[in-house]
Unconditional design. Sequence first.
Length: 102
Amino acid sequence: MLKKFILLFTLIISLYSYSQEMEKYKKVTGQIVPIRTETIEKKFKNGQIKEIKTLTTYEYNGEEYIYFSGEYILYSKKGIVLLKRVHNKFGSPLSIKSSHQR
């Protein structure tokens, strides 16, 4: 009986859980100004690409903040993609794919 109750309770909670942007979040993100976006490519000593990342610099209240944006890709020395992350414009990861090959 307890297992059925826990299952039902979990199902109900998951059905009524949702996310939304608050008015304060919209107000703050509306004031953030992107200053520059740069793609950085680092290489191993052997010339193979080590990582590719995109960083976006924002200005808010006179301060500068740097966040990942777009794709971040990490490679092995053999050129195999070890990690691929996609970020939104404020650095939150949208998707992450990893490989354990070396």
